[in-house]
Design a protein around this ligand. Structure first.
Ligand SMILES: [Zn+2]
Length: 173
């Protein structure tokens, strides 16, 4: 990197050579924002190496533009899609899921707790207890009943949330 790469030029942030190369295609397409385009222009004016790069790229673009337009052959999409190994991808689904921590596996919670009937009736009990408690009815242990009733649904949902978070992390890696 030359010294001139780091200087300021007419108030425009001077580009480094790698930055200039990254912007070259957009610069030639004319899609760069004005200030950025000026920065590339100034860099190209002063940097012999990037200037040569620009000329080479311009030649490539020109020869690409000169190519005759061609239609994709009939059935092109179908051929491409047929080449994608969807079946193999689906077959590996258990392997991908196996990387979730054990406590986030559905089977980590007992079946009776995961059962729809347990979760629904637990939630009904919890909502009823909270409602009665808010209305001023019932004994002082009612909030305890509400909490206990909410546990199955809460655990299942927390587990689901955990799985989604782990999944999101994997996608992000
Ligand atoms: Zn340069």
């Amino acid at each position: 990197m030359d010294a001139h790469d780091r200087r300021k030029d007419r108030g425009t942030e001077a580009l480094t050579c790698p930055d200039c190369r990254l912007e070259l295609q957009d610069y030639l397409d004319g899609t760069l924002e004005k200030k950025r385009s000026l920065a590339v222009f100034l860099h190209l004016r002063d940097c012999e190496i990037c200037h040569r790069e620009q000329e080479a790229l311009s030649r490539v673009f020109a020869s690409l533009d000169a190519l005759p337009a061609r239609e994709a052959p009939a059935g092109f999409d179908a051929v491409v899609l047929a080449a994608v190994p969807f079946a193999a991808y689906r077959a590996m689904e258990p392997l991908r899921r196996a990387r979730v921590p054990v406590y986030l596996e559905r089977s980590f919670l007992p079946g009776w707790l995961r059962a729809r009937v347990t979760r629904v009736s637990g939630t009904v009990v919890a909502v009823g207890a909270v409602g009665a408690w808010l209305a001023g009815f019932g004994p002082p242990w009612l909030p305890g009943v509400a909490a206990a009733g909410a546990v199955p649904e809460l655990l299942v949902r927390l587990q689901g949330l955990g799985r989604r978070l782990v999944g999101a992390q994997k996608v992000g890696v």
